[in-house]
Design a protein around this ligand. Structure first.
Ligand code: COA
Length: 159
């Protein structure tokens, strides 16, 4: 079974890593697919986001990291993926995720979306809020791995 875990990952947090780790134990192959969306304002370039995830997942031989643009289902077809993985942090995530999964199913009926409930330790995490805390020089060490912390701080500390 091939699973795709898509997202913006701007940047990856411990919450995303938890989902990737759990998926790597359940699927033959996990493709972490980083969205390269020119219209979405991001802090980290696509190259930086992919490089950070590659480094953090290097211990998992069945995890690949790639970038994509366009429709997720087109990418999923190209990669012959069986399932799309999305993490659910709270009930508030559910409505949007359910809507996306129904569109994806309509566009590509062969694909299934599977939801993994976030570990409660990470259920409040959000990449935007982590960046906001860093922008005010707050401590983000409990939200992101050290290499991401250094990268985020270097973006905001030189301003
Ligand atoms: N742990 C921590 N944070 C999590 C999380 C988890 N397990 N799951 C989601 N998040 C957070 C992210 O940090 C991010 O926070 P932010 O908004 O504060 O930055 C937020 O949830 C959403 O991020 P992400 O999971 O990366 O999703 P996204 O909404 O940026 O991207 C795609 C969703 C890529 C799946 C979707 O936009 C897509 O498929 N795009 C391609 C175009 C397409 O096919 N469109 C039609 C879809 S029907």
């Amino acid at each position: 079974m091939i699973a795709i875990y898509p997202g913006s990952f701007d940047p990856i947090t411990y919450g995303h890593l938890d989902i990737i780790t759990r998926c790597s134990k359940k699927f033959d192959k996990v493709i972490v697919a980083v969205l390269n969306n020119q219209n979405k304002k991001v802090v980290f370039s696509i190259e930086d986001r992919v490089a950070m995830i590659k480094e953090l997942t290097s211990e998992y031989p069945n995890v690949q990291v790639d970038n994509f643009d366009g429709l997720l289902i087109d990418y999923a077809k190209k990669k012959e993926a069986d399932v799309i993985i999305r993490g659910l942090r709270a009930v508030s995530d559910y409505e949007y995720e359910m809507q996306m999964s129904l569109y994806n199913k309509q566009l590509y009926p062969e694909i299934e979306t599977m939801f993994l409930v976030s570990d409660t330790k990470y259920s409040y995490l959000s990449s935007s809020i982590v960046k906001e805390i860093a922008s005010y020089h707050g401590d983000i060490s409990s939200f992101v791995p050290p290499l991401v912390e250094v990268k985020i701080n270097s973006k905001y500390r030189c301003e």
